[in-house]
Ligand binder design. Structure first.
Ligand SMILES: NC(=O)c1ccc[n+]([C@@H]2O[C@H](COP(=O)([O-])OP(=O)(O)OC[C@H]3O[C@@H](n4cnc5c(N)ncnc54)[C@H](O)[C@@H]3O)[C@@H](O)[C@H]2O)c1
Ligand SMILES: O=C(O)[C@H](O)COP(=O)(O)O
Length: 416
């Protein structure tokens, strides 16, 4: 495969010349899958990189794998000219400038539900722990203080769980909570099919007012940034608990700390933070470390053996499929083209600006050069078009040159 600009069309590169860079301790199963498929150049790092270190690491990478902590801005992408695709080995893709990647002709793939169950199980465990007051009692006992008491210790049965963001994780949490006998209410910006006896309420404030525990499962977007601040926490029931395993920017930590300090909230569980360390060798600071009644976890909602193994295979497979076959199915920022095998033919991939005349120019050039198009697949969005063309193998060089020199080309490459 080669990812080229219109100025320098090239033929396919052998798999062992293509470089994968996998950051943030991506599961070894991904590395094995890539190597088994002939991609021998796989460079790994256990932590997230930033600044010059990141730029140096991806300067000659064809494929990049990250998790939630590597920030891929347009400036960073501009310094990775060979980058053909990005794999987010997680659910969230807010750490990537998706539009910038699309404009550079780089599809982004993720694992939309491989760690869903892991997050849901952690949240359910936290609901039980918080309602029993375990974080506080556990911390006290570690200090040799014996707090045998039923004060502020409750069963979850019959209590109300408020879910904000009723998507993959939110629905799983709701189902598990009902199995424990909880009442489930939720808020989502979309009308959602309620599972079990869950009820969608009209507003966030209605959920806050009705819930003994509120758990957040929204993505990071402009609308969810700091969506739970002083006013929203004040609207929660006195003695309620807050759980955040979504993104650190969803909750105003200072407001949460103030509500814990005043006793308005009886506890919280927080897995994600506005600033998170890049690796395990960096120390962590937060106003929340001061509170015994707060369960703090280092963004490990999705960090189980099962989830990481599954994510490793899922996202590596998507990158392989794009590299070997051209398929962009399930890409989160790109026109999705699902393709059959192309045995015996040459496959040309062309990513272009979606402006009038590009496809006409491609087809006209092929026609003038006498190249027969065996199959053609096209998908576009507002800005970008992705066309895949199968031609007879002996026409591949001319076809690639014709296609890559069309005005509006962002990237083009060929597969065999
Ligand atoms: N802690 C972890 O390790 C961990 C693991 C996986 C995912 N996450 C985070 O959890 C988030 C949710 O994951 P998911 O798989 O359930 O996503 P999802 O896309 O399936 O569900 C998100 C839901 O939030 C809703 N939503 C969006 N904006 C909203 C708003 N402003 N108000 C109310 N609802 C809104 C959406 O309509 C959707 O139903 C991810 O985006 C990721 O940031 C964290
Ligand atoms: O978006 C996600 O899937 C979670 O936040 C997990 O991210 P991680 O892979 O960095 O743990």
């Amino acid at each position: 495969m080669s990812a080229t600009s219109s100025a320098s069309p090239r033929h396919s590169m052998p798999r062992d010349k293509l470089k994968f860079v996998l950051l943030e301790g991506i599961h070894r199963g991904a590395v094995e899958l890539l190597k088994d498929d002939g991609y021998t150049q796989v460079v790994t790092s256990p932590k997230a990189l930033a600044g010059d270190e990141l730029v140096a690491a991806i300067a000659d990478a064809h494929f990049l794998g990250i998790r939630s902590r590597t920030l891929l801005t347009d400036e960073v992408l501009a310094r990775a000219p060979k980058l053909a695709a990005i794999g987010a080995f997680c659910i969230g893709t807010n750490q990537i400038d998706l539009r910038a990647a699309m404009r550079r002709g780089i599809p982004v793939f993720n694992a939309p539900f491989s760690n869903t169950r892991s997050v849901a199980e952690l949240v359910i465990a936290e609901v039980v722990m918080l309602l029993r007051g375990i974080p506080h009692k556990n911390a006290a006992l570690h200090r040799n203080e014996w707090l045998k008491s039923a004060e502020r210790s409750f069963e979850v049965r019959g209590k109300t769980l408020g879910i904000v963001g009723y998507g993959h994780i939110g629905t799983q949490v709701g189902v598990l909570a009902e199995h424990l006998g909880m009442r489930v209410v939720f808020h989502d910006i979309e009308a959602k099919l309620s599972l079990g006896n869950a009820r969608q309420l009209a507003s966030l404030s209605a959920v806050l007012a009705e819930s003994d525990v509120v758990t957040l499962h929204v993505p990071e977007t402009p609308a969810t940034q700091w969506m739970v601040g002083q006013a929203q926490i004040a609207a929660m029931r006195p003695g309620a608990h807050l759980i955040n395993a979504s993104r650190g920017t969803v909750v105003d930590i200072e407001a949460l700390a103030a509500a814990l300090e005043s006793g308005h909230l009886h506890g919280a569980a927080v897995d994600v933070f506005p600033q998170e360390p890049k690796g395990n060798d960096t120390s962590f600071r937060s106003p929340l470390t001061h509170f015994d009644n707060v369960l703090l976890t280092p963004h490990i909602g999705g960090s189980t053996a099962e989830a990481q193994a599954s994510i490793g295979l899922e996202v590596a497979s998507k990158l392989l499929r794009y590299s070997n076959n051209g398929s962009t199915a399930t890409a989160v920022n790109f026109p999705e083209v699902t393709l059959p095998e192309h045995t015996g033919r040459c496959r040309l991939l062309h990513i272009h600006r979606n402006v009038p005349g590009v496809m006409a120019a491609v087809n006209e050039r092929f026609s003038l050069a006498g190249i027969n198009i065996a199959a053609q697949y096209l998908r576009t969005n507002d800005e970008v078009g992705y066309v895949v063309i199968d031609v007879e193998a002996d026409a591949s060089q001319v076809a690639l040159e014709q296609m890559c020199s069309v005005e509006g080309t962002i990237r083009c490459r060929t597969l065999y």
